[in-house]
Design a protein around this ligand. Structure first.
Ligand code: PEP
Ligand code: MN
Length: 366
């Protein structure tokens, strides 16, 4: 699939956003003092990009929904006093106009908004003819096409400086994360649109400050371009997302502890890596040979089921396979969930194949 996107590197007057860059600031601007003091402490460490939510999309009514336009002059002061560039979330035309009026430097589109093409189109229309970087969070649901669709809408409005923010995906039963990362989705986004910068948002993935470091490190090891992390002068007293915020000093300490590894391997001695990759290629080919062989047996079973008029799905047998493979995975020191995912997928394909066989046999009889 080719995407017809006209993108430019992310930049601001006098500042190129080169890997790895950091955007930080409170989940919400609460008071002028809290906003300015957080910015001062971030600027002291040399950080250049300040975020603060002005309009907050909250799950249930009655929670703090942001100070609204009242907070925009505070961000203007942040800029004047610290020289930091400012970023806010916009969810409709009104937000766009207000943010532009107060000289906001970067806009971002929140996860709930990205999920709604009408809302994204409305924002895109409001941005026509304006040159401002726009960051687009993934939609709340794990739908890469919907994420790319939002990127296309904003790009078609003439915005060329676009970045994607990976903030994780809602899930009913994830106990570890507030929003499951599903890393394969941003990895696939990178594969499809290599020139698009991707920023990781460990705050909204984790929901708790204890996990910020491990997620940030993983994002850097996956070659993401930047991080957006919430910080607050008094995190425990924050009016929104208290559990995931950290002080600017704690943030700085965490950032300093992240290991940045090389993203290019061109100038390294290659023989060892080449040999290991050769081994991987060989093993992958063996896996494919085995899969082919397994699929042939499954086809033979399909014919047997047709001849004996029994249903394709035999739940007891399927259950037995999963239980035995899980136990075997454990015995071999493999992650049982990973192994189960593979066998579920193999079983699904076997069912498709056997279904095809049944249909073909029926045709023959006609
Ligand atoms: C935020 O960044 O504070 C926010 C509301 O994020 P999301 O859209 O990822 O929920
Ligand atoms: Mn937040």
């Amino acid at each position: 699939m080719k995407y017809n996107l006209d993108l430019e590197p992310l930049s601001l007057p006098g500042l190129e956003l080169k890997r790895p860059f950091l955007i930080s600031g409170p989940c919400s601007a609460e008071t002028e003092e809290q906003t300015l003091e957080t910015a001062r402490q971030l600027a002291k460490h040399g950080y250049k990009l300040f975020r603060a939510g002005i309009w907050k999309p909250r799950t249930r009514p009655g929670a703090f929904e942001g100070v609204g336009t009242l907070g925009l002059p505070w961000l203007k002061r942040v800029k004047e006093e610290t020289g930091m560039f400012t970023c806010v979330e916009v969810a409709n035309t009104h937000h766009v106009y207000e943010a532009l009026k107060f000289g906001i430097d970067i806009l971002w589109i929140g996860a709930r908004t990205t999920a709604n093409p009408f809302a994204v189109q409305e924002i895109a229309d409001a941005l026509k003819g304006i040159d401002i970087p726009v960051l687009i969070k993934n939609p709340v649901n794990p739908d890469l096409d919907l994420w790319i669709g939002a990127i296309e809408r904003i790009n078609q409005a003439g915005i060329k400086k676009i970045g994607a923010i990976h903030r994780g995906f809602s899930s009913f039963d994830d106990l570890k994360y507030r929003n499951s990362p599903h890393w394969q989705i941003p990895i696939e986004l990178r594969r499809r649109i290599p020139q698009l910068p991707i920023i990781n948002d460990p705050s909204h993935i984790s929901g708790k400050r204890e996990l910020l470091k491990e997620i940030s490190q993983e994002a850097m090891d996956l070659n993401f371009d930047g991080l957006i992390i919430e910080s607050h002068i008094n995190p425990d007293k924050a009016w929104s997302d208290a559990a995931q915020q950290i002080t600017p000093d704690a943030l700085h300490e965490m950032i300093e502890s992240i290991v940045l590894r090389k993203s290019k391997i061109e100038n390294l001695p290659r023989t060892k890596l080449d040999k290991l990759r050769e081994q991987i290629d060989k093993l992958d080919n063996q896996l494919l040979d085995l899969l082919k062989e397994r699929m042939k047996v499954s086809e033979a079973i399909g014919h047997y089921k047709f001849e004996n008029n029994i249903t394709i799905l035999q739940t007891r047998r399927y259950d037995e396979i999963l239980t035995k493979r899980r136990a075997k995975a454990q015995e071999k020191g493999l992650n049982p969930d990973f192994v189960i995912d593979i066998f579920e997928s193999i079983h699904e394909e076997s069912i498709h194949c056997q279904n095809d066989i049944m249909n073909k046999e029926l045709e023959k009889k006609k």
